[in-house]
Design a protein around this ligand. Structure first.
Ligand SMILES: O=C(O)CCC(=O)C(=O)O
Length: 315
């Protein structure tokens, strides 16, 4: 076995063991109900049973005229989302993009999501040199509290209407995430930590994520890739091992034509059923800024970006 193959295998084993330990530790200490949900919800039957018991009234009325997206057809989007696992073209108005991007440039982001690794976007190189670390992503915290445009988006009546129809329940806001994916070379372990390898999420028995690009995204600036239809079809090992999958594994099972690589200009948005396999491709040329807004049936308090300001430290 060559040294590089050995290192690659070791990298994968470390990444898997780390993820299992971290998930169980985090679940047991922070919210055992979340940990239990993670075990049950990976199976379709488990999800169906729990959704049956959790079912609540969905007679919801949203004033869709006050939306950034009032021209969208909710039923069409939800049908698409249910059959394909994603729906493209939920686009942000340019003034909202500008407000959020201005916020991103004038607020510290945190390297690899560590609360003591804060820096402003334009100071990334300096921050890396000073800390001796390579930052794969730079995430923002407390976005609801700090950015009025993001707060408005998470309360947008049309997004809520889509979420309610998909969830068949009162949509609960689980959290926002906004982050830079930085361009450059990354190892398998770094990709696995930054959602840059194929995986599916288990954040509730049913949930959905809206994504909005805030920079122009093409093949070389970190497009998101979703495997169409994979929310409804997984093989035994996908369910039981739930490891990060290689492109080859995914293409072998789902076929190359199932991969939807999503490019778009700043403001381009889409909604995804995160039980689909998905990933962000590591940007090679240009950094990508993306915003994610997530709704579910229950808030387990595990997905939000809220951090006490006393914990946040700049490098
Ligand atoms: O960076 C991306 O596009 C992937 C994001 C992702 O995998 C996730 O939010 O679960």
């Amino acid at each position: 076995m060559s040294i590089s193959l050995f290192n690659n295998c070791l990298d994968r084993i470390i990444s898997k063991v780390y993820n299992i330990c971290y998930e169980n530790y985090k679940g047991l200490t922070k919210n055992p109900k979340w940990l239990l949900m993670r075990k049950i919800a990976r199976f379709k039957t488990g999800r169906a049973i729990m959704i049956f018991f959790l079912k609540r009234s969905t007679k919801l009325d949203f004033n869709q005229k006050n939306s950034f997206f009032s021209d969208l057809n909710v039923n069409e989007i939800v049908n698409h989302l249910k059959t394909e696992g994603l729906c493209l073209g939920i686009n942000l108005p340019p003034d909202v993009v500008k407000e959020i991007v201005d916020f991103a440039y004038s607020t510290a982001c945190y390297g690899n999501r560590k609360t003591d690794m804060g820096f402003f976007y334009h100071q990334k190189e300096e921050a890396q040199a000073k800390s001796g670390k390579q930052f794969i992503i730079g995430s923002y915290f407390n976005t609801t509290l700090l950015c009025p445009a993001i707060k408005k988006l998470q309360n947008d009546p049309q997004l809520l209407a889509i979420a309610a129809a998909f969830l068949d329940a009162q949509p609960i806001h689980q959290g926002n995430l906004m982050w830079w994916s930085f361009s450059g070379d990354t190892t398998f372990y770094q990709k696995s930590q930054a959602a840059q390898l194929f995986h599916y999420d288990i954040d509730d028995y049913r949930f959905l994520k809206f994504f909005f690009y805030l920079t122009d995204v093409d093949d070389r600036s970190g497009p998101h890739v979703c495997v169409r239809g994979s929310h409804n079809k997984k093989k035994w090992s996908h369910l039981w091992l739930r490891k990060r999958e290689t492109d080859e594994d995914i293409i072998d099972y789902y076929g190359f034509e199932s991969l939807v690589k999503i490019s778009g200009n700043a403001g381009f948005g889409f909604v995804e059923d995160p039980f689909c396999f998905h990933k962000g491709i590591t940007p090679t040329i240009k950094d990508r800024l993306i915003l994610q807004i997530e709704f579910a049936i229950t808030d387990y308090g595990m997905q939000h970006d809220l951090r006490a300001t006393s914990l946040l430290k700049c490098i």
